[in-house]
Design a protein around this ligand. Structure first.
Ligand code: FAD
Length: 351
């Protein structure tokens, strides 16, 4: 019998999982609380970074590697503005530089070590240079997330076996036995339910015994207006105390700039927002003509708990297959995640 799968959440993970399940012969109903594509979710962004080397999370490395073929194919088939190869830059001290060099050597990935003062990036960004090195990894791809996500949503519409259910919020607390849930009191039944709603399913602690906590990340979307902007590279850490980072869009019209320290456990107030904005704009030497201050709510596990955490699995309480957000990196690994989940659900469905 043809599997009938419900997917809750129409972000990049849900959309790619719907396409992967349909390719394997399932019929799919894809629910989102808003429109599909949802221009207010985390997948609707100007620039997102894929990189191979994840020094802080070993579980990400194989998922990123498995996703690479998909991103390369998409870039080769589309225009340059969908995505492009680039480098990943870190401003580090000598000890971190040596550690990174060992890691890149072990993975046989190329890198350069430069003097920050002599680098073009220093004319575009204000980065500390005393006792610092610029570690330039040859391992990154910039993706125009909006274009990628919109392109995949278009593919959904062209797939006969996928039914879209936009503007339909599913009460996640009603999911039972991994197969049923209710909408406005009406019980829906499927062969399997997959939840990619980018939030914890219940207030219960998860498989690892830790409840993902809501975080509010403050970042700036900077509209660039500088002929030199084409030289901007993604900088993973600018070497400052707040651990600032920036990711340009592939065509370098927009720059997302933020700092790891500008993540709050409560919604930041206007005073916090002004302080973040002032600090982050002070990092920029590149010219711009508009700045949007954005607060992105998201859920993630504390960094020290992320090591080795599976990105998806069967949820203890509801029994459904869930991607419970545990890392702000899901976009880059969505191709691998969707393939693993669809394999599991379709091939394990009648067991
Ligand atoms: C500041 C910032 C920078 C980032 N940078 C990067 C990066 O450079 N590279 C990278 O790979 N990742 C990055 N990420 C992370 C990445 O953008 C997200 O992890 C990814 O887009 C999440 O995709 P998703 O499909 O899981 O969730 P989302 O895109 O958030 O989609 C979830 C969907 O579920 C729907 N939904 C929620 N609840 C319900 C419900 N009850 N019923 C029905 N629908 C529901 C929502 O409406 C939403 O459309 C970044 C995140 C942030 C915040």
């Amino acid at each position: 019998m043809r599997p009938n799968i419900a997917i809750i959440g129409g972000g990049i993970t849900g959309v790619m999982t719907a396409l992967a399940c349909a390719r394997k012969g399932a019929s799919v109903e894809l629910y989102d609380a808003a429109a599909i594509p949802n221009t207010a979710n985390l997948s609707w962004a100007h620039g997102r970074l894929w990189k191979h080397v994840h020094e802080n999370n070993a579980a990400l490395q194989p998922l990123a590697a498995h996703s690479l073929a998909f991103w390369r194919q998409l870039i080769d088939a589309g225009s340059e503005t969908v995505g492009c190869q680039t480098q990943s830059i870190r401003v580090v001290d000598d000890a971190d530089c040596r550690r990174l060099a060992q890691l890149y050597d072990a993975l046989a990935i190329g890198y350069d070590i430069q003097d920050p003062v002599l680098s073009t990036q220093s004319s575009l960004l204000r980065m500390p240079s005393a006792n610092r090195r610029l570690f330039v990894g040859h391992d990154a791809i910039l993706l125009n997330a909006q274009k990628v996500y919109a392109h995949l949503c278009q593919a959904l519409a062209n797939t006969g076996s996928i039914v879209l259910k936009p503007h339909t919020r599913v009460d996640l607390g009603t999911i039972r036995e991994g197969r049923h849930f209710s909408i406005n009191g009406e019980r829906k039944s499927y062969t399997a339910v997959i939840c990619t709603a980018s939030r914890p399913l219940t207030r219960h602690i998860d498989r690892s015994g830790i409840a993902p906590a809501p975080q509010y990340q403050v970042h700036l979307d900077v509209h660039l207006n500088d002929a030199r902007a084409c030289l901007l590279k993604p900088v993973l850490t600018m070497g400052d105390e707040q651990r600032s980072w920036c990711v340009p869009s592939p065509e370098r019209r927009m720059l997302k700039v933020s700092a790891s320290r500008f993540s709050y456990s409560m919604p930041p107030d206007s005073h916090d927002l002004q302080a973040c904005k002032r600090y982050l704009l002070d990092r920029l030497r590149v010219k711009y003509d508009q700045v949007d201050v954005v607060v992105s709510p998201y859920f993630e596990l504390p960094a020290q708990k992320r090591q080795g955490t599976a990105y998806w699995g069967r949820h203890d309480v509801t029994g459904c297959i869930a991607v419970e957000a545990c890392d702000a990196s899901i976009f880059k690994i969505a191709p691998a995640l969707s393939e693993q989940i669809s394999q599991h659900v379709i091939h394990g469905v009648n067991e």
